[in-house]
Ligand binder design. Structure first.
Ligand code: SF4
Length: 451
């Protein structure tokens, strides 16, 4: 059968981006060719997101658009988390769908597409093996990375064993599945050989790495190995750590290994113990105070990012005000916040005290307003410092990039006048602070490329 062209639409989080890149690698390796416009493709592939209602709506909307534009000789395949969560229901929602493959078996994409294209009957086909208890281990040699310029996401594990009451991930992905360290280190060596400057480690719960493959303090151990294997890499960044699982060993490793960014992403979700208990999340607020204080003492330039959900079922005005006080006390550098999304298939969906949408929104606005002044104050502390900046672009006379304090896609930027070399690290002396961004100029003695 002649190999054909495919178009891939990647939706959702950085973990889904990695799955999309891995599927592309398998398709390219088996002779398929990627095209950037759906009209020119023989196979239309959408890697969907099923995390919350809004994300599911976007996935369905995108699939329907592809289905409406689909030509007679084209096949439309839905992959990813919504496929895993809904299976046949997705085909009911999207007439014209030819195949549905679950996120747990992304590595079967080539065989599945060939089967769909070769089928004799018009009904859609499904690849959702019931015995796939979690994301498959056999990666068929496909790198588990998503490269963006001089930076790359590297997935070290998939799935999750935590009981968070609002989350669909364990239902979609299954329990925690760590990748073998050697596989990860091979990818790190390859990426750094290609001139990569930043490695962003991702998983659903980074701090649980190794727990299912018998490695104690697996993340700290892996970080030591990564820094050993890639002495040339500038930044190793940690995303999605779990409260209560940031160990002293991990903190030591962050202090001792200069490549590891003094940056910690630790979604806390709330600041009131009663709300956290209903969320089935770690509710030891003292642990948070102590651990962040310990980390800031060990790394005075530490940048802490966290995430909160407002309007969780049963959240009272008092609980919300405790969250506001907590945010005031902790002075986080970066805060992402969301209104609770009703998820019928999670324990929280059945909980009493569902909060009205307008109350959720009003609380979200108050929280972000509170954090705005804190973010500004935290940024103002950077004025006068010289920050290594990974240059990522240029626009209207200004270059922009990120410092160790900025994760890709979610945090702020460093903005400097002039055209700086994209993909390179440039020392920028910070002379101004905004709520989320910093401004500065190339530190003295640094050659500047003229326009
Ligand atoms: S730790 Fe994260 S991915 Fe795991 S269940 Fe909780 S919210 Fe979901």
């Amino acid at each position: 059968m002649a190999k054909k062209k495919y178009y891939l639409l990647s939706l959702g989080c950085s973990k889904n981006s990695v799955d999309s890149e891995s599927m592309k690698r398998l398709l390219d390796a088996s002779g398929y060719t990627e095209v950037k416009s759906p009209e020119r493709a023989d196979v239309l592939l959408a890697n969907t997101c099923g995390f919350i209602g809004l994300a599911r709506d976007e996935s369905i909307r995108s699939l329907r658009e592809l289905a409406e534009g689909k030509q007679r000789n084209q096949q439309l395949i839905a992959a990813g988390c919504l496929s895993q969560l809904w299976g046949p229901r997705l085909a009911q929602e999207v007439p014209g769908l030819d195949g549905v493959i679950g996120t747990r078996r992304w590595m079967d994409i080539v065989d599945f597409i060939d089967t769909v294209r070769g089928r004799s009957r018009p009904e859609p086909l499904y690849h959702l093996p019931p015995d796939a208890a979690t994301v498959g281990e056999d990666e068929r040699g496909a790198q588990r990375t998503a490269v963006q310029g001089a930076s790359a996401y590297l997935k070290i594990a998939d799935g999750c064993r935590r009981p968070c009451a609002f989350c669909t991930i364990p239902t979609i992905k299954g329990t925690q599945k760590s990748r073998q360290p050697e596989l990860i280190l091979n990818e790190v060596r390859e990426l750094t050989a290609n001139g990569l400057r930043e490695l962003v480690l991702i998983a659903q719960d980074l701090t649980d790495y190794g727990s299912d493959i018998g490695i104690k303090d697996g993340l700290a151990t892996l970080l030591d190995d990564i820094c050993q294997a890639a002495p040339g890499i500038d930044w190793v960044r940690l995303m999605y750590t779990y409260p209560g699982a940031v160990t002293d060993r991990l903190i030591e490793t962050m202090v001792q290994r200069p490549q590891i960014c003094h940056y910690l992403d630790i979604p806390l979700q709330h600041g009131h113990p009663a709300t956290l208990r209903r969320m089935r999340r770690p509710a030891n607020i003292d642990w948070v105070h102590r651990t962040v204080a310990k980390m800031r003492a060990a790394m005075p330039d530490l940048c802490v990012r966290t995430t909160f959900i407002v309007g969780f079922p049963g959240e009272t005005e008092g609980e919300f005000e405790t969250l506001l006080d907590f945010v005031g006390e902790m002075q986080f550098d970066r805060v992402g916040a969301f209104t609770y999304s009703f998820e019928g298939q999670t324990p929280s969906g059945a909980m009493p005290g569902q909060v009205p949408e307008e109350v959720k929104q009003e609380r979200l606005d108050r929280l972000m307003l509170k954090q705005q002044s804190i973010s500004l104050a935290r940024n103002q502390r950077q004025v006068g410092r010289t920050l290594q900046t990974l240059v990522e672009g240029y626009d209207k006379g200004f270059s922009f990039g990120r410092s160790y304090r900025d994760a890709p896609e979610v945090d702020g930027l460093v903005i400097a006048e002039g055209r700086l070399p994209v993909g390179q690290m440039v020392p920028v002396r910070i002379d101004g602070a905004l709520e989320y961004d910093l401004t500065g100029a190339v530190a003295a003695g640094q050659p500047l490329i003229t326009l």
